[in-house]
Ligand binder design. Structure first.
Ligand code: NOJ
Length: 573
């Protein structure tokens, strides 16, 4: 039996100090799609307040709220026009404070999104820059440059926007003539800041203080690897359009200069009482490179995109776990685990459709053809992946609806698509709306399956339309079903919290048959996690099943299953 075989690999990764973020489960709230309390078909802060009980029962430790700032919403809030206020669509500063306080009263923590790479084109600073002359102090807060060519008619370099098309837009000067260009790595409505300018650095320190003073526990740093650009803004080595997940060497990604910014931020975070933190969204590869963002004097966590984009398979997952743990061990930072977020195809579909990258569906025709999608198989893999992730050492980030097993919505009518990617790719890529459809809370269709407190709102009237069978996935529908995805998450989170070894950083591979893997989280191997792939295998004789992603009959673990085991008599719990 595999448990008595020689240990194949042993990684004992000691995180130097235990902070709340070392092993927390943080639940990402995509505010527009979580819960709508004022009845306009768009989620809001009061909606979040109304669901804190649900989050507590789920067992998460913290919530992360996507941008809630005033915004023209060209990129659902990632185009911020004022970093120190709340969009009236979502609430007000008072309601935000009420949420922060209630989160704490419920024993949870709250982190908010900070978007330092760019602002909205409606931000006062950008409006001032447009109204000012080339070379002015106002323009120097952003990346304005003269164009190439005899009359400056060519963009300053060959950079392409992540969403499609050139990363430069030309402006009309005060004299009515076409003039300089400004850089936007994302949409033209998201001009990039000039982080060489100390005014920009100082402004963000002020912004962080503003929210820290209001008692947030930390920040999720948007595009953390993009703030600093290579000196002289040289051409990129690749001309073609690339997506959000492309982490190749570009002159605007992962420049060494970004780390100085985070060192300064860390000092600020540490100057506040309580444990304040920041988690970086840095799409860089390999994990040893992401580890640089969480060196002891930098940020606290960094999202594990290696794991997020891994394909379903014994070898690929095992090696991603190795890379992740080893990468973070080098700097003594906690590993993080992510299966879903608002930018990638939901795991239910992603893990099943091997051919489909984590990135937004590329071919709008192809993805509407869903006949070949085997939902049963997809569910089996997603359940196994969830239980595997929750057994790994470190911090976990869940994305709303993941606990309900929501699939990607692949057939949103094209005239309802909102993601800027749809237009900017020239209608070639549907974008990320399929993972952002409002949550179903109730079985009944009223109020868009309970998403809206206004029972008149139909599934079609929520800001992104919901599929008509969405009620089957609702929290209410899964509440009392012992084998639902919701119960699997609740049970696993509960076991994890009660089992100190699952909260420790101890991790060791055990020997196992070729098409599965086994690891333990306890020194004495009293707790085991077994993950099978194409071939099932028996439960070892001296172990009892604590939790399993599939039903186990006659002590036989089926294929594509994760099982948590405890040695008989060891009372792990
Ligand atoms: C990353 C965010 O996760 C994504 O949703 C957004 O479009 C870009 N950054 C631009 O802010």
């Amino acid at each position: 039996m595999y448990v008595s075989q020689t240990v194949a690999t042993s990684i004992s990764h000691e995180v130097s100090e235990i902070y709340w973020w070392s092993n927390a489960i943080t639940y990402q709230i995509y505010i527009r799609s979580f819960a709508d309390e004022n009845g306009d078909g768009i989620g809001d802060i009061r909606g979040i307040i109304s669901r804190l009980g649900y989050l507590k029962e789920l067992g998460v430790d913290a919530i992360w709220i996507t941008p809630w700032y005033p915004s023209p919403q060209h990129d659902n809030g990632y185009d911020v026009s004022d970093f120190m206020d709340i969009d009236p669509e979502y609430g007000s500063l008072e309601v935000a404070q009420e949420l922060i306080d209630k989160v704490h009263q419920n024993g949870l923590r709250i982190i908010i999104d900070i978007v330092p790479n760019h602002s909205s084109n409606e931000h006062r600073w950008f409006q001032d820059a447009l109204a000012s002359d080339p070379g002015s102090h106002e323009r120097n807060r952003y990346l304005f440059r003269d164009g190439k060519g005899e009359h400056g008619e060519e963009p300053p370099n060959n950079w392409q926007s992540v969403f499609g098309g050139p990363a430069w837009t030309r402006v009309v000067e005060k004299n009515g003539e076409l003039g300089q260009w400004y850089c936007h790595i994302f949409a033209p409505q998201q001009p990039d800041f000039n982080w060489e300018n100390s005014e920009v650095r100082d402004h963000f320190i002020q912004v962080l203080r503003f929210w820290l003073d209001r008692n947030v526990d930390g920040f999720r740093v948007d595009v953390a690897h993009g703030l600093v650009k290579a000196e002289g803004l040289p051409d990129a080595p690749f001309q073609e359009h690339f997506g959000l997940l492309d982490s190749r060497d570009f002159p605007y990604w992962d420049q060494d200069g970004v780390h100085e910014i985070y060192r300064e931020w860390r000092k600020l975070l540490d100057s506040y009482p309580g444990q304040r933190m920041a988690v970086s969204e840095a799409w860089v590869n390999p994990p040893s490179r992401s580890a640089l963002y969480v060196r002891p004097d930098e940020l606290a966590n960094t999202f594990n995109f290696d794991f997020l984009t891994v394909k379903w398979g014994q070898e690929s997952i095992k090696s991603s776990i190795d890379r992740s743990i080893e990468g973070m061990a080098a700097v003594g930072a906690p590993v993080t685990w992510v299966l879903n977020n608002h930018d990638v195809v939901r795991a239910v579909n992603r893990l099943e459709m091997d051919f489909m990258a984590a990135d937004s569906p590329k071919d709008p025709e192809l993805v509407i053809e869903t006949d070949f999608f085997d939902f049963q198989r997809a569910k089996i893999r997603a359940r196994s992946a969830a239980l595997l992730m929750l057994a790994l050492p470190g911090a976990v980030f869940l994305y709303q609806g993941e606990e309900l097993g929501l699939p990607e919505v692949l057939d949103i009518p094209v005239d309802r698509l909102q993601d800027p990617i749809w237009k900017m790719s020239g209608n070639k890529e549907r974008g990320r709306d399929g993972c952002r459809v409002p949550l179903p809370w109730k079985v009944s269709v009223d109020g868009a399956f309970g998403f809206s407190a206004n029972s008149e709102i139909t599934p079609d009237q929520s800001w992104l339309p919901q599929p008509l069978d969405w009620g089957n996935f609702s929290a209410e529908g899964q509440e009392n079903s012992a084998d639902s995805m919701l119960q699997l998450y609740r049970n696993a989170i509960g076991v994890r919290k009660r089992n100190p070894s699952l909260l420790s950083s101890h991790f060791r591979w055990m020997g196992s048959p070729d098409d599965s893997f086994v690891f333990t989280r306890s020194e004495d191997s009293s707790f085991l996690c077994v993950v099978t792939f194409e071939v099932g295998e028996p439960v070892p004789p001296d172990y009892a099943v604590l939790l399993s992603s599939q039903e186990i009959e006659f002590r036989q673990i089926p294929p594509h299953t994760t099982v948590w085991l405890e040695r008989n008599g060891s009372a792990c719990l």
